[in-house]
Design a protein around this ligand. Sequence first.
Ligand SMILES: Cc1cc2nc3c(=O)[nH]c(=O)nc-3n(C[C@H](O)[C@H](O)[C@H](O)COP(=O)(O)OP(=O)(O)OC[C@H]3O[C@@H](n4cnc5c(N)ncnc54)[C@H](O)[C@@H]3O)c2cc1C
Length: 405
Amino acid sequence: MTTALPSGLASAGLNAGEQELLDRVGQVARACAERADHYDRTARFPADDFDDLFAAGLNAPTVPREHGGLGLGPLSRDTLTLWLVTKELAKADLSLGRCWEGHANALVLVDALGSAEQKRRWFDGVVTRGEKWVGWSGEPQAPKPGEKRRFGTSVVRDDGAWVVTGTKVFATSATGAQWAILLVDTEGPGGARHAPDGRDSLLMLACDLSDPSVSVDDSWWDPIGMRATVSHLVRFDGTRLPDANVIGAPGAYLREGWQTAFIPHYAASFLGAAEAAYEYALKYVIRQDKVADPYVQHRVGSMAVDVESAYLWLRHVATLWDTGKREEARLAGSRARHVVEHLALRTVDNCVRVCGARSLIRPSPVERILRDLTFYVRHDNDDQVLATIGRALLGQEHDASFYKP
Ligand SMILES: Cc1cc2nc3c(=O)[nH]c(=O)nc-3n(C[C@H](O)[C@H](O)[C@H](O)COP(=O)(O)OP(=O)(O)OC[C@H]3O[C@@H](n4cnc5c(N)ncnc54)[C@H](O)[C@@H]3O)c2cc1C
């Protein structure tokens, strides 16, 4: 009896070096999976996981090779390997996957838009000291019921520096990262998500999080899942960021559509959660000798096809990035993100249906996977993702970055 996906599905097209890299990531990921329950229960940043990645020389995924990194990602035209690494870590722990994505994506931005001096300075910190990065935009403008405080930052110019005051939420890795790229708008609060398309007042400022003007309020983050992402509320109390910390030209993030390079990266994490549930379900039904049950067979078949489809989508989009078909890649990335959300949610649901209630009792990892995935897919609104795909097809104006209606 075969228990695997079609042979070579994850690794087809990878060269020997890339395969060896994924094998090393797999080894580290096994230790991360052991720690996932602890980090979830304590809602702590997965620091030991990042330490292990650093010790294994795996913590600089999107830093170019000439700076000592692994040279993965859309800029280096090795996108699929990056996404497969992310998938592997998310399979161990979806919260770790999110922190990892944030780190990898922030370094892509430094590589794409940073000056030579910035790259030297910041990449060295990652490669030699294991520094961790993240990107923070989150300034939701609509208060939830009962919420009195308003989130958002103001940015003013003062004596050769930008001064940031206010709050951000959903600040992933808040207690783990050393550096955050702050996406802030000189026109007012809202971050990147709320800035109108084409606005050139959106700045990217690299912030050293040990600055005494930066503080973390951990009382806000008490979510159903993704607890170990520690996506806390962060307060900036007149944080001075010199021009040497400004990344790229104002507005470049939106103008050049960088968010679209990161959207399918979320899908890679969704796939990790789905694959973990699928493999758990397979082992479970074999151990319980439920393999002759026609409904179990039906759902196992469905899970296998769904996981396989998600791989094929990621491979398709990665190929578009790596062959320089950037415009096609941007739209295909949203399609992949939409499809993979549903494939992953269905796979986890099928896992629960074949394994039963006991799969939702700790220490089963399935209850954490279900909570994490349910929450993480809300990172964007799937209705708006789909509508944006339709708008593009119908020749209507559309926001390929944040899917604003
Ligand atoms: C686990 C996790 C980690 C995250 N990490 C980060 C991070 O590291 N950095 C970062 O910057 N962000 C991060 N985010 C935040 C994310 O980018 C979104 O800003 C956040 O999820 C939005 O929260 P919300 O859905 O509650 O809010 P809202 O923005 O209030 O949206 C609620 C709903 O209303 C819809 N909506 C919003 N505006 C309109 C409108 N004008 N008309 C009609 N419908 C509308 C939305 O599409 C959505 O479905 C993270 C989110 C999650 C879940």
